[in-house]
Design a binder for this molecule. Structure first.
Ligand code: C2E
Ligand code: CA
Ligand code: CA
Length: 497
């Protein structure tokens, strides 16, 4: 018997055994040993190959999975979607985009490792909600996507979204802390809304944004949304660039006119964005989008800075023109706002009483106790405050009484109909009475004709603002416009120094 070991890279892998009658010639022993050596190398290679394949497998997995949650990443979602959509045969395929509400606050409050733990649990629940043939992906941050196939119709997709929402509604237990979270889900469908994943993701993103804005929980995409939400990301990028190129951003000023005396009592600053390609973009199209990100903060600061510089200039020209600036709901959550406004007043050497901030009823009611804090801080500085779009929110008298606000702006949807709709007349009358009872003066927005202005005068409304009493205009046009169109009586009195 001849025995020859097969040496692998680090151990003997096997032995070669040859049987032979009688003594074995040395040549054959050599040949056998040579054979064993070759076999050893071959087996060793095979092992290495196996190991390499395993490593490659891990790398390939990592390339298309999210390392935190082990869900598919965007690339894998796109690949799977391409296959699913190509094979689609009469069935409906849905893309669900999920964004957790208030995740940033959770991260800030409990720390990142808590946030990571929460994301992992959300991921596990999502993966368990869909079938093995579906795909659950994490697209980044607290944004997840589900690709769901084999649906019958839109209602079927909505049921799936509702199931996801239900699964999230069970409290989460992370690091010994129990937490309730909510998510907003946008849904897009193939073939209804698109045939490729990029289109579907974009539609789902728009729907998700609407779901968040309206606190609807689940929103299915509707082509009508897009008129007001053009590609959100592109718009945000452009807006970021506009902030570096302030020539694109301008303020127009709309006169606020004393109803009884016909004089100018102040102006409202309204943001105008001249986009290099799209031309004029209305604030309604980008303020909400900017609010969804941190971009609203530099934007608000830019507006305040510009408006106060203008206020300084008017003062230097001997004009006392109070300026109202709109604050977004997000600004009420900005802890540095009060200090920032104090700095700007100092920088431009403008008295606080020249500045008025307009806050919508809805944004106050979103978090009344928080708003109360911020508004008292601002009022303590001497800044004036208004409640904007009054009538569209659901504020209670109890709260209104607590706010250091001296102006109520009745939303234009009520004002525009007061001559034709008796319900609206009653509404506006009672809002004016309410304001007066609370010691506020009342502004009517959207005054578009003489008849409306006369009706407002009869109802005892204090101030009018609208295309009839004066459209928004550049600062340079204001003085001549006022001289030509408004009474010289009743202008804002300069307060005693
Ligand atoms: P808002 O505060 O209610 O501002 C009044 C809006 O009504 C302005 O639209 C103005 O141009 C428009 N308007 C004025 N007179 C009339 C009228 O007679 N009839 C009608 N139908 N509309 C009239 P604009 O400038 O498009 O602004 C829309 C909204 O965007 C504003 O509503 C405000 O909420 C927001 N916004 C504008 N500028 C800023 C800003 O600098 N910061 C923030 N956060 N929001 C802003
Ligand atoms: Ca306003
Ligand atoms: Ca308003």
């Amino acid at each position: 018997v001849v025995v020859a070991p097969l040496h692998g890279p680090d151990a003997v892998l096997a032995v070669l055994v040859a049987e032979h009658d009688g003594p074995v010639p040395a040549r054959q022993v050599e040949a056998l040993e040579l054979l064993a050596a070759h076999a050893g190398v071959a087996v060793g290679n095979a092992r290495l190959h196996e190991q390499r394949r395993a490593i490659e497998g891990v790398l390939a997995h990592q390339a298309v999975h999210d390392s935190l949650t082990e869900l598919a990443n965007r690339r894998l979602l796109q690949d799977r979607a391409a296959d699913v959509l190509a094979e689609r045969d009469g069935e409906t395929v849905a893309v669900l985009l999920l964004d957790l509400d208030g995740f940033k606050e959770i991260n800030d409050t409990f720390g990142h490792s808590y946030g990571d733990g929460l994301l992992r649990q959300v991921a596990a629940r999502l993966a368990a909600t869909v079938r093995a043939t579906d795909t659950a992906a994490r697209l980044g941050g607290d944004e997840f996507a589900l690709l769901v196939r084999g649906l019958q119709d839109r209602a079927d997709a909505e049921r799936t979204a509702a199931r996801v929402q239900q699964v999230l509604q069970q409290p989460f237990l992370v690091d010994g802390i129990t937490l309730d979270i909510e998510g907003s889900i946008g849904v897009a469908l193939a073939p209804d809304h698109g045939h490729d994943i990029d289109t579907l993701l974009r539609c789902a993103d728009v729907a998700m944004y609407i779901a968040k804005r309206d606190r609807a929980g689940i929103t299915v995409y509707d082509p009508g949304f897009d008129q007001h939400t053009p590609d959100r990301l592109a718009l945000l990028g452009d807006l970021r660039r506009a902030l570096d190129d302030p020539a694109q951003l301008q303020l127009h000023y709309q006169p606020k006119v004393d109803v009884a005396l016909g004089g100018l009592v102040g102006v409202e600053a309204l943001l105008r964005w001249r986009h290099p390609e799209r031309g004029m973009v209305a604030p309604a199209e980008f303020i909400g989008t900017a609010e969804g990100t941190g971009l609203i903060h530099p934007l608000t600061r830019h507006v305040l800075d510009t408006a106060l510089a203008q206020g300084r200039q008017w003062q230097d020209e001997g004009q006392w023109v109070p300026i109202a600036v709109n604050l977004s709901a997000r600004s009420l959550l900005d802890v540095s706002l009060t200090g920032h406004i104090a700095d700007l007043l100092l920088k431009h050497q403008v008295p606080a009483a020249l500045l008025r901030l307009e806050i919508t009823e809805t944004s106050i009611m979103a978090d009344p106790s928080r708003a109360l804090d911020v508004l008292h801080g601002l009022a303590a500085q001497g800044v004036r405050l208004s409640i904007d779009d009054f009538g569209t929110g659901y504020s209670s008298m109890n709260y209104l009484r607590l706010f250091p606000v001296d102006e109520l702006k009745v939303d234009r949807t009520f004002v525009s109909q007061i001559c034709t709709d008796s319900n609206d007349t009653v509404m506006v009358r009672s809002m004016i009475e309410l304001g007066h009872n609370l010691g506020m003066h009342v502004v009517a927005e959207g005054v578009e004709d003489q008849a409306t202005l006369s009706a407002l005068a009869e109802l005892g409304c204090d101030i009018a603002q609208g295309s009839f009493t004066g459209p928004p205009m550049p600062a340079t046009d204001l003085a001549s416009w006022v001289a030509e169109n408004l009474s010289r009586r009743g202008g804002a009195a300069q307060p005693a120094a």
